[in-house]
Design a protein around this ligand. Structure first.
Ligand code: ZN
Length: 345
């Protein structure tokens, strides 16, 4: 299997995030996650690593707001320029907003703090010196994977970091800056019919927002009930698309403590929907944070569960680009990822 990967993600490693609105903790979405997956893949006899190609900004601007992308590009430099104390010790800092914009009637304002509150949804999307370049490369990894799946008509793995599925058209959220899966699926949708299945523990709010009014890309997310889980305001069962997209989005919010059985039965329903949509390609947003030991999840999916999930999704027999999203039980992350991927060889 082709694995697309770049070391560029190391440029993005904030020294902290602010957890649950108050506690400063080390950044959960850290480079060690990738090291664990790479090392597990290197032990297999089927993982074939390649570097991503550069597709330029056009496919990214096809799903993201230009002013938002400009904000990501210049945020760090503007932040340093705004305060000599920050500029004196940049390694101790990460850009986070101090206030959040209420979207109506808010607008992006001239100050970097004002745009921060407008373009960032929470306190885990910290921006540092290398964030923008790492996010661009991560999007190119996803694009390279869908291009490979298109050309070779087989499955590929985009080892993306930072992840993408919480980033909306014009906002960063939940460790995500550019929505890698959405950029890649939108690019691929010019070449054939695409379905996106999001199996990260957290609802794929960004992907939902981006495709919500479209009927040419089916989007499905299986996740922790937003009544108790991040992203809290989106991902409910009654959100099913709007306008032309009505009926082309589906959320499966599942209760706390969902195990393999409950998870697999929701997955079965999702796969039935995908089959009747008859797509040419599948984009699978894969987060391993459904795992029982994950510090950011409340499901109890087991490693055997990941194997079953992989088997069932691979059973669609579609060229599938698997895009890495979350997963924070670092010690188990490599093996869990390999366990899912090996079904797609
Ligand atoms: Zn997640």
């Amino acid at each position: 299997m082709k694995i697309f990967y770049s070391e560029a993600h190391r440029q993005h490693y904030p020294s902290f995030e602010v957890f649950d609105g108050g506690i400063r903790v080390p950044y959960f979405e850290n480079p060690d996650r990738m090291d664990r997956i790479v090392s597990a893949l290197q032990k297999t006899d089927w993982a074939e690593f390649s570097a991503p190609q550069d597709f330029g900004l056009d496919p990214i601007l096809a799903v993201h707001d230009r002013d938002y992308i400009n904000f990501l590009a210049s945020c760090w430099d503007e932040w340093l320029a705004s305060d000599p104390e920050i500029a004196a010790s940049p390694e101790q800092h990460a850009f986070l907003p101090a206030t959040f914009a209420l979207r109506r009637p808010a607008r992006p304002t001239a100050s970097i703090r004002g745009r921060g509150g407008y373009y960032i949804m929470d306190l885990s999307a910290c921006i540092t010196a290398g964030t923008y370049q790492a996010a661009l490369t991560s999007a190119n990894i996803a694009l390279t994977a869908v291009n490979s799946s298109f050309i070779l008509h087989n499955s590929s793995f985009a080892l993306c970091r930072p992840p993408g599925h919480h980033a909306g058209k014009d906002y960063a959220a939940g460790y995500c800056f550019i929505n890698n899966a959405a950029v890649a699926a939108n690019w691929l949708s010019a070449k054939g019919k695409v379905a996106i299945l999001d199996i990260d523990y957290h609802g794929g709010n960004g992907t939902q927002d981006i495709f919500y009014e479209r009927d040419d890309v089916l989007t499905i997310s299986i996740h922790g009930d937003p009544d108790l889980e991040y992203p809290h305001y989106v991902g409910f069962a009654d959100e099913t698309g709007a306008g032309a997209g009505f009926g082309f989005h589906k959320n499966f919010p599942l209760p706390k403590d969902t195990g393999d059985e409950g998870y697999l039965s929701a997955l079965e329903e999702a796969l039935t929907m995908i089959r009747s949509f008859t797509p040419d390609f599948l984009v699978l947003s894969f987060g391993a944070d459904t795992f029982g030991d994950d510090p950011l999840g409340m499901f109890h999916v087991t490693r055997a569960g990941f194997s079953e999930i992989g088997k069932k999704v691979a059973g669609l027999n579609l060229p599938t680009a698997i895009i890495m999203e979350g997963g924070y039980a670092n010690e188990a992350l490599g093996e869990n990822t390999v366990t899912l991927l090996k079904n797609f060889k």
